[in-house]
Design a protein. Structure first.
Lengths: 353, 533
């Protein structure tokens, strides 16, 4: 693999030199092609990264111009003048295929698991309750136990947190509009069913699932907004949220000083089991297809993990997460359940809308 | 020489700013403000009025970076409606809460949205009254407040729930308490007739209403009121002003089971202009820089991840009841669908009915464009199908009077409720002809005379005076009449054509009201003023 990579690197170098030579011969550089598309908010940091932009521009003559949209919302949004969609789940692709037909090209670019974020006093309360356990330096939430507390209407005060108003809840994005909420709904459906939910069993648990989400009231439409508010509004406003693992990793790399202030308070908990969010690039026209190779570029993939926390083929071993300065990162994500199928999720969304 | 120019310019800016701060005059969107030197790129920002207090901080940026900033102020709900429109004629939006961004941005035009500061919506109650009510130094629930309101001991001012985020937050907090604090309000909850009775009784305790939070603070400072629901930061700035005047300050009450947070998100509206986007990002980075976040914290807003710094606790004064170290634990906002249903009910059933007298100028100079625009504006208010789009519908018990005037009032037309009577008022408006002179005082006096016939404690009364010319008659005679009446009725005016702003401002000052500028957008001005009651 290593030598092969080197060879590829060498060939790319040759190609770059050759292409460079042709430019000079033609008397000028080629201006990059702009691809326009919809992107889930959690990937904006990556697309705004000057290093990533540099590679796309230099090596692939591409600029990616985006509008932020929820993974499911973007499927039904106006596609005029858009070349690609970059949602955060396989299901969005299935949804796209159903609404718009086969895409020109599609490819998983990277993955990240759904995690829970909360504050240290809340973590401690859950540990006292026996719902959170620590293994190899990482925290794991017993999802069945958590759902039981939510359904029982346990108050934060009963968990020993009188300064928090209301009942235990996990805030998510709107599952109908955005992927992280949608995946959390899938995860909860699995928990309620005691295994990966199928078409037969989903009907039984829908009323319970709906009741959990109904009680959340207003939900954000974007994962990045939810995360920003979680950090800024403090422990009282959003005691615990479900979001992507990469969001905190990226935040810590991009804002080391802020993270220094926050790291004593903010903690990441892996749900047992969790689900993978696969960030999948969908080219919706010929021009858009060029984005796939560019994003799978080895350097881009490396930056995606090291600076933005997305797990890729080049990442995921315990030796290489030190750069984040975030404690309690799991070396490997092992306790994963499959998301319910698209048909099941369609039913779930119907019930939640 | 150059330095001198800069100094003069800076001085002019300061004068401009302070003039804006004290004047009751305002543009149709509650007053625009341009910051910067007129060269370089311009950012047009549609903002909640509470950010008016940050103009100095914005101006420092505008001067330094040679980027102009045009601030237009609207209620957060209006910002939501603007975002929902076909096109958005702004480069950035800055509502009080991200809720309105999410609900408004259905076409995904907003990006880079980040919260600039946090402030909770709380009650500010005159210190001695707060003590008398036993609210000092203990946790207070919404029910405690309701009890005080229902027993008539507490009357308060709030903004309109359908126009402004702070009023909406307070209203939703009331609903939670009246429903016995459910996890979240559902559509079924709202069907309960008992709820309707209770909330209507509660809202009858509202002294004065307003379309925007910052103006509510200004109104409060004009004097004579006991309490207001507003942002913590505006309670703080009201107190600073009251303390400077050696007047009694407000005690901050944080209802633990009915509090909401405003997270003040500033987002870029992507209309495809790279230069503007770069300027926006620069502005946002400036506002989020440590130094400026600290300056913003000094205005009474909560910034940063570590809460209020020890050295800023002189702003967040605990003797005013302000609790900078409090864990702010808000109640849950209902889903957007239920929320809109709540607002609809507020507008059409629950709020205190308004009693509005429109004095409309039909003098000769209104002939043509003026008259056409005025009729169009009234159609936005009186024709209920139009009014609904801006949540300005009439309620079942409200009363509207129309006094067409020239050199004297011509006649009085009235309509009760929101049915055919109201819509037929529009026919009157459309059929009056424009001729004769102008006397706003005679018209306003007639309006007061009409209002005396009602029990005003049952209504939110207002006179809305629209005029396009210099008025005959005498202000001092009118002032005597107004004071003799002893009614707390605001006389809002809408300036048009060659109306004399000083004449209108005199009326506003006399009656704790304000002037709206309808010269650029008369229809917008009517809509704004209607949002005040």
């Amino acid at each position: 693999m290593g030598s092969k990579t080197k060879w590829i690197g060498f060939l790319i170098l040759l190609a770059v030199i050759a292409v460079g030579g042709i430019y000079l011969l033609l008397g000028g550089g080629q201006s990059p092609v702009t691809l326009r598309g919809y992107v889930g908010g959690e990937k904006i940091g990556l697309l705004e990264d000057p290093e990533v932009q540099g590679i796309l521009e230099r090596e692939y003559h591409l600029t990616l111009d985006y509008a932020k949209a929820g993974s499911l919302d973007m499927v039904t949004a106006d596609h005029t003048g858009r070349d690609f969609l970059f949602p955060s789940s396989q299901n969005a692709l299935e949804y796209y295929q159903q609404v718009c037909g086969a895409p020109v090209k599609s490819e998983i670019i990277f993955n990240t698991p759904i995690v829970l974020y909360t504050h240290t006093p809340i973590l401690e309360a859950f540990r006292d309750r026996g719902l959170v356990t620590e293994r190899e330096g990482c925290y794991y939430m017993d999802m069945e136990g958590l759902v039981a507390e939510i359904e029982a209407g346990t108050t934060w005060a009963e968990l020993g947190l009188p300064e928090l108003y209301g009942t235990v809840a996990v805030n998510t994005t709107d599952p109908v509009r955005s992927n992280s909420g949608n995946m959390f709904a899938g995860l909860l459906a699995n928990v309620l069913c005691g295994g990966v939910t199928d078409v037969e069993h989903v009907e039984e648990i829908l009323p319970r699932l709906c009741s959990i989400f109904e009680r959340l009231g207003y939900m954000e439409a974007s994962s990045s907004d939810l995360f920003d508010q979680f950090l800024k509004t403090g422990m009282g406003a959003k005691p615990m949220i479900a979001a992507y693992e990469n969001q905190l990793l990226e935040f810590a790399v991009e804002n080391p000083e802020d993270w220094e202030q926050l790291k004593g308070d903010i903690v990441m908990i892996y749900p047992t089991p969790t689900v993978w969010s696969s960030h999948i690039y969908i080219a919706i026209d010929e021009a858009g297809a060029a984005g796939v190779d560019a994003l799978l570029d080895e350097e881009v993939q490396r930056l995606a993990w090291e600076k933005h926390g997305f797990r890729t083929e080049v990442s995921g071993t315990d030796s290489d997460s030190g750069q984040f300065g975030v404690d309690h990162i799991a070396a490997a994500i092992t306790q994963v359940a499959a998301m319910p199928s698209y048909a099941v999720m369609e039913r779930v969304l119907e019930a939640l809308s | 020489m150059k330095r001198l120019n800069c100094a003069i310019l800076a001085l002019l800016m300061i004068l401009g700013l302070s003039a804006c701060g004290t004047s009751s005059q305002a543009g149709n969107n509650s007053g625009g403000q341009t910051l910067g030197q007129g060269r370089g790129v311009t950012l047009r920002i549609l903002s909640g009025s509470e950010n008016r207090e940050l103009e100095e901080i914005l101006n420092a940026f505008a001067q330094k970076e040679n980027i102009n900033i045009e601030m237009d102020y609207q209620g957060s709900l209006d910002i939501m409606r603007t975002l929902q429109g076909e096109s958005v004629d702004y480069d950035a939006v800055w509502p009080a809460s991200s809720l309105w961004l999410t609900a408004g941005d259905t076409q995904y035009r907003v990006k880079h949205a980040e919260s600039i500061s946090i402030t909770p919506v709380i009650f500010g109650i005159r210190q001695s009254l707060a003590e008398e009510l036993g609210f000092v130094g203990r946790e207070v629930s919404v029910s405690d407040l309701l009890e005080a309101i229902q027993s008539g001991k507490l009357r308060f001012c709030m903004t309109s729930a359908t126009q402004s985020n702070s009023g909406c937050s307070a209203y939703i907090g009331f609903l939670y308490a009246l429903l016995g604090n459910p996890d979240v309000i559902t559509a079924e909850d709202l069907q309960d007739p008992a709820l309707g009775e209770k909330i209507t009784a509660l809202l009858s305790g509202v002294d004065r209403s307003s379309g925007s939070s910052d103006w509510l603070k200004d109104l409060f400072l004009m004097g004579g009121y006991d309490a207001m629901v507003n942002y913590e930061c505006l309670i703080i700035s009201a107190n600073q002003e009251l303390a400077a005047r050696s007047e009694e300050t407000l005690y901050a009450v944080y209802p633990y089971d009915g509090m909401f947070l405003a997270d003040s998100p500033l987002g870029y509206v992507d209309n495809g202009d790279d230069e503007k986007e770069a300027a926006f990002l620069k502005l946002q980075a400036y506002l989020l820089s440590d130094e400026v976040q600290d300056q913003i914290q000094r205005t009474g807003r909560r910034t940063g991840y570590e809460g209020v710094a020890a050295e800023n606790e002189d702003v967040f004064r605990s003797d005013w009841g302000i609790q900078p170290q409090r864990v702010l634990s808000p109640v849950r906002m209902p889903s957007t669908e239920v929320l809109m249903e709540c607002l609809d009910l507020y507008q059409t059933e629950f709020r205190k009915p308004s009693l509005t007298v429109y004095c409309l100028d039909y003098s000769g100079s209104m002939e043509g464009e003026g008259r056409t625009q005025m009729v169009e504006a009234m159609s936005q208010i009186l024709i209920q199908e139009n009014a609904r789009t801006n949540l300005l519908q009439a309620s079942e018990h409200e009363v509207n009077l129309i006094i067409p005037f020239e050199g004297e009032p011509r006649n009085v037309y009235s309509a009760t409720g929101n049915g055919t009577e109201l819509e037929s008022l529009y026919d009157t408006v459309a059929s009056e002809e424009a001729l004769g002179g102008t006397d706003i005082y005679a018209a306003a006096e007639e309006a007061l005379r009409q209002l005396k016939r009602y029990d005003l404690s049952q209504y939110t009364p207002a006179i809305i005076l629209m005029t396009d010319g210099v008025s005959d008659g005498s202000f001092s005679d009118f002032q005597r009449y107004y004071e003799a009446c002893g009614l707390d009725v605001p006389i809002f005016s809408i300036m048009f054509g060659s109306a004399d702003p000083t004449q209108l401002e005199d009326l506003a000052e006399l009656s704790n009201a304000r002037v709206f500028d309808g010269r650029e957008d008369l229809v917008g001005a009517f809509r704004s003023v209607k949002g005040y009651n």
